[in-house]
Design a protein around this ligand. Structure first.
Ligand SMILES: O=C(O)Cc1cc(O)ccc1O
Ligand SMILES: [Fe+2]
Length: 648
């Protein structure tokens, strides 16, 4: 069927999560028996068949079953025979356990026609735990395919599939009707439901398989009766049948006890003319999620974003939750807004449908994945931390154009051999995204803002160059490794009791730096240059504190476009200072007069914040204090721009 026609057909759904639905294919009105489930003879000569999704005796709220009225019952098939299962597995002992933070680059979608894969042959198990036989466990699969399932369908005897398409849409024919599922939508095909997937080119996505529990909407507690995923937004297909003989044989595939089995039959299994019940496949558009978030302070736990949960038998503990990180407002005051650093007694598998995840803007890519196993520490990468700890806390859109999600499980997940080795998508450098995190601890400074910046000519020039040539095309400065490295390498001098704004310690000795140098041989050339230039100017131990620090830091690395102007000014002033120092042959200590450019910036910032300039009044700073009284913000800026030393 052409896609246009298909769209028309599947634009009809019934709505409501877990509702009792009734549906008849309009070609056979009255196909549903009236007032009873299995009359002696069903309308239109159909067979009645019950599909049970819960024990017969389950309490009403969890009792699930549907009655299907079909041309031939499902039992009409040849015996099941084992089918090659490719990369589908539930053997969690293939490789040794690995507690590391794991991240995968986007999984490759093979190209047709050289390597034809359909939804079933394209299933690859990435991780999981538990046992389909004991009906307790989960598996995470990646599907990559390029071909529609032709005269074959699948059903899962082991549990439910929650399918998250990431690239390409899925046209899913089920016994209950058809569903079109596009990226940013999800669908759930519950245990035993037969389905066949058509695709329109290269297609990729994630599957959360749960053995032993069905997905439910989470309880809302004090949130009240509405919010998160609202029941009415879950869509259920309408009855559709085909009375199609398949001379070559139609293949019905069962995933049974973790293995695949195939049985042949002479007709299409999508022969259900009418059905009723509360056990159905369904889909949901993630844009419909009503997001709730912190509107005062602090970062709320991600459980506020739970779309669906598959409960374990322990109250409040999920076998697996499906959680999303949708576009929303971030407004929390005095708060580190991205996810916190944490260790969790749950396993966190994450995928990205589109965009950039807020805790890791780079490295975690759409179509890729990450796994933070039980108690494995994780959190924002260094870059995110630096930015978010300095960010101005205005209301801002978070995750715009993004949809990341998490399968969070109380089980300890094993990764398969395909995941760790065969797929060849593991990002070996993942751990490095936290390496640049440095200590900001200063027992003498409660505000924790005593970061230092070393006055290196080389560093300043490099920074300037980077800004000039890289910033236009790139929102952030991060990719430039040289600067990143230099700043990472910066040393924080031992704090002293002297007061801000700045002071000069002894010049650095070359030997001290050479020890660091040996541990990083590949950058030794740069180090040498940097060390020499800095030492010769005796500025290495210049310690800027308080506001000036942020300015200089701005100038050196964590620069975002909005602050370009300020950063340029700071950099310019910084360079100018160095040049002034260069012109004097003997190293001298700073004085306010010599540091006029810095002072001005400091002053400008101070005026902006209307805070006192200094708490104490160290030697040589009188001029600064004086200028603060006299010079307005515009004059200070123009003095900097003209390159004039700032003299009273
Ligand atoms: O680790 C992650 O990125 C997921 C996550 C997000 C969040 O906002 C809080 C906790 C958490 O595990
Ligand atoms: Fe986490």
């Amino acid at each position: 069927m052409g896609e246009g026609l298909f769209r028309l057909w599947v634009s009809q759904y019934m709505s409501g999560f877990g509702n009792e639905h009734v549906s008849e294919d309009p070609r056979c009105p009255g196909a549903l028996p009236e007032g009873q489930n299995n009359p002696q003879v069903c309308p239109y000569g159909l067979y009645a068949e019950q599909l049970s999704g819960s024990a017969f005796t389950c309490p009403r709220p969890t009792n699930k079953r549907s009655w299907l009225y079909r041309i031939l019952p499902s039992v009409c098939h040849k015996p099941f025979k084992p089918l090659e299962e490719g990369h589908l597995t539930h053997n969690w002992d293939e490789v040794e356990p690995d507690p590391n933070q794991l991240r995968w680059k986007p999984f490759e979608i093979p190209k047709a026609p050289q390597n034809k894969l359909d939804f079933v042959s394209g299933l690859h198990t990435l991780c999981g735990a538990g046992e389909p036989r004991g009906r307790n466990g989960i598996a995470v699969h990646i599907f990559v395919c390029n071909t529609s399932m032709l005269d074959r369908c699948l059903y899962n005897s082991d549990g439910d599939f929650l399918i998250v398409p990431q690239h390409g849409k899925l046209l899913i024919t089920t016994e209950f009707g058809k569903m079109l599922v596009e990226p940013n939508e999800i669908c759930v095909i519950q245990q035993g439901m037969r389905f066949s997937v058509e695709v329109f080119g290269e297609t990729r996505g994630y599957i959360l398989e749960v053995y032993g529990a069905h997905f439910e909407l989470p309880d809302l507690g004090p949130i009240g009766a509405n919010g998160l995923a609202n029941p009415r937004d879950f869509l259920v297909p309408v009855a559709w049948y085909e009375d199609r003989q398949v001379p070559g044989g139609y293949t019905v595939i069962s995933k049974y006890q973790g293995k695949l089995f195939a049985a042949q039959q002479d007709f299409s299994p999508f022969n259900v003319v009418a059905w009723h019940g509360n056990y159905t496949p369904y889909k949901y558009h993630l844009e419909k999620f009503m997001v709730i978030n912190s509107v005062a302070f602090d970062h709320a736990d991600p459980s506020i974003f739970t779309v669906l949960t598959a409960k374990s038998t322990r109250p409040g503990v999920a076998l697996a939750d499906f959680v999303i990180f949708p576009p929303r407002w971030g407004v929390a005051n005095n708060t580190f807004r991205p996810p916190y650093y944490h260790r969790n007694c749950m396993s966190e598998f994450m995928g990205l449908i589109k965009g950039h995840y807020e805790a890791k803007e780079e490295g975690f890519q759409p179509g890729g994945a990450s796994l933070h196993s039980m108690m494995t520490p994780h959190g924002p990468d260094a870059d995110c931390f630096e930015k978010a700890s300095k960010a101005k806390l205005e209301p801002e859109r978070v995750a715009e154009g993004t949809m990341a999600f998490m399968f969070e499980s109380s089980l300890s997940l094993a990764v398969t051999k395909w995941g760790l080795q065969t797929s060849n998508r593991l990002d070996k450098n993942y751990y490095k995204c936290w390496e640049p995190l440095k200590s900001h601890f200063n027992p003498k400074c409660k505000d924790g803002d005593s970061t230092t910046s070393l006055g290196s000519l080389f560093q300043c020039l490099t920074t300037l160059l980077v800004k000039k040539f890289f910033l236009k095309s790139n929102r952030n400065l991060r990719p430039f490794p040289l600067v990143l490295w230099l700043v990472t390498w910066e040393k924080r001098p031992t704090p002293t009791s002297l007061q801000p704004p700045f002071r000069l310690n002894k010049p650095c000795s070359l030997s001290r730096y050479s020890s660091d140098l040996c541990s990083r041989p590949f950058t030794s050339f740069v180090t040498l240059l940097w060390t020499c230039s800095s030492t010769s100017m005796s500025l290495l131990y210049a310690e800027y504190r308080g506001t000036i620090t942020s300015l200089v830091l701005l100038a050196t690395l964590f620069l975002i476009q909005a602050r370009m102007l300020l950063a340029f000014l700071a950099t310019w002033a910084h360079c100018r200072l160095i040049f002034r120092r260069l012109s004097t042959n003997t190293p001298r200590s700073f004085s306010a007069g010599q540091l006029s450019s810095h002072c001005m910036l400091y002053l400008v910032r101070i005026r902006g914040n209307s805070q006192p300039l200094f708490t104490g009044r160290p030697e040589n700073t009188t001029q600064c204090v004086f200028h603060r009284e006299k010079i307005g913000i515009n004059k200070a800026f123009s003095a900097v721009c003209r390159g004039r030393a700032f003299q009273s």
